[in-house]
Structures are given as C-alpha cells and as structure tokens.
Design a protein around this ligand. Structure first.
Ligand code: PEP
Length: 255
C-alpha cells in the first residue's frame, strides 16, 4: 500500500550481530502497526542477517554502486543487495554526498541501478544551513530533486511505492535541531511540485519523507505536517526503545 506512512531507520555505520535483538524487536512492533510501513537500513554486513530474520519490516542498504558489476573495490552492486534479500536502497544521503563527493548525477545513476535491480529507492535531498540562511533552500532542494530523480519512464513505471524522496536538511541531521513545521510543509510542497513536473501523475505517488533529528518527542507533530509521508530516522532508530514510539506515532491505531 503506497500511501501508508513509511518509517525507515538508517543505522549508518552502527550495528553488529549483537544488535540483531533490536532489529527483531522493531520487527515485532512493525507487526503491531500494520497501517505503517517500516524499514531498517543496516550496514552492508547485516543486510543478509536482517533479511533472514525479519518478517514485517523492509530491509534496505545505505548505498549501492551505479554499475551492475566490475572492478570497483569495496563497492556493492544493487543486484547483489537484491540477491541478499534487500527491499530498498537509500541513495544520496548527505553524508555520502559530503564524505564521498557524490553528485546529483551519480545519485540518479545509483537510483536507476537500484530500480533496475527491482529495489525501492529513497533519494535524499536537503540544504545546508548556509544555503537556508541565504534564502536558497527551496532552489537548492528543487535542483537536487530535478537532477537526482531516475528517468521519467522508469519512475512512472515504478512509482507505486517504490520511489521515495527524503527531505533531510543537512543542519538537522544528528543535531537535535528541526525546521519549523511551516518550513517542512513548504519544502514538501516544493518537492511535490518538482516531482509532478518531472513525472506527471506518477509524481503524486512518490512518498516524501522528512528526516533530521526525528525522535519520540517530535514524531507526531512532524508526521502530521501536510505532505509528510513518513520519516527517515538516524540516531533514534538504533534501538527499539527509540524507534518504536516513532512507528506508533505514524499509526492511526496508536493508543
Ligand atoms: C539520517 O541520517 O538520515 C538522519 C535523519 O539522522 P538523525 O535522525 O540522527 O538526525
């Protein structure tokens, strides 16, 4: 069901086999909230274990290479992730863009590779604090959306819940700072406009997640913002104690 809210944990470079009980507990929670789609993106080393162990939550990776195979030491192809049982890939996270110099063109190529391998994608975009302070936030994010999206044909074919955009202001990631709900709403509307311009009707089906310091205390308010279709969660997704209340906040059955 593409219009269910999507709550995705990005474990970044955290998690070892001893962390698997947390993933199992999150998976049990996903079963309790069937009106919410839940995903976990562990490091590559745990993708296979999680796909073996989880029955309700999607399992994703945090990156993939744009090529299907070849001489790319240390990289992982999308088809390898699909072979390991992954459901989706996060591409273009700001930490990939800053740590590895990833460009929009590379993010687009990775998204296309992931979709060609049958995986869903979460394409991350977001402005820096300097860009926001300079009044450039919407222009920067709109340009990222335009240049990072898979080609229209591919997306139109696959927009039924497999293409997601995550708006993650860089200055909100891991900082405890979040934009005002008004700013979140305005940016999600701007992203939607770019999606519809690029993809037509299919652009209306792409879920737009908010990410950046989402936690148990602010999730309900952020998820209630018009246009917010879920959350990409870093630090608070590492434990069931931190993540499950965010899943609950996305559910109509929260009590
Ligand atoms: C993220 O890394 O995608 C993220 C949103 O991190 P955090 O929730 O820790 O800000």
């Amino acid at each position: 069901m593409p219009n269910r809210p999507y709550i995705v944990g990005n474990w970044k470079m955290n998690g070892v086999r001893a962390t698997l009980p947390e993933a199992r507990a999150i998976d049990r929670a996903a079963a309790r909230y069937p009106d919410v789609s839940v995903g976990i993106a562990p490091p590559f080393t745990l993708v296979s274990s999680l796909t073996d162990e989880l029955s309700h939550a999607d399992v994703g990776a945090q990156d993939c290479h744009a090529e299907a195979r070849g001489a790319h030491t240390g990289d992982i192809a999308a088809a390898m992730l699909a072979d390991a049982g992954a459901d989706f890939v996060i591409v273009g996270h700001s930490e990939r863009r800053s740590d590895h110099g990833e460009t929009d063109a590379q993010v687009k190529a990775k998204a296309e590779a992931a979709m060609a391998a049958g995986l869903g994608v979460i394409i991350c975009v977001g402005e820096t604090l300097e860009q926001r302070d300079a009044g450039q936030a919407e222009a920067v994010v709109s340009a990222q959306v335009d240049a990072s999206l898979p080609d229209a044909g591919l997306a139109a074919e696959s927009a039924q819940g497999r293409v997601n955009v995550a708006y993650e202001p860089v200055w909100a990631i891991g900082t405890g700072r979040v934009p005002s709900t008004g700013d979140v709403e305005a940016m999600h509307a701007a992203i939607r406009a770019r999606l519809v311009a690029a993809l037509g009707e299919a652009g209306k089906k792409v879920r737009i997640l908010y990410g950046g310091s989402v936690n148990a205390g602010n999730a309900a308010e952020l998820l209630a913002v018009p246009g917010v279709g879920g959350a990409l969660v870093g630090g608070a997704s590492l434990t069931a104690e931190g993540f499950v209340p965010i899943i609950a906040a996305a559910s109509r059955n929260d009590d």
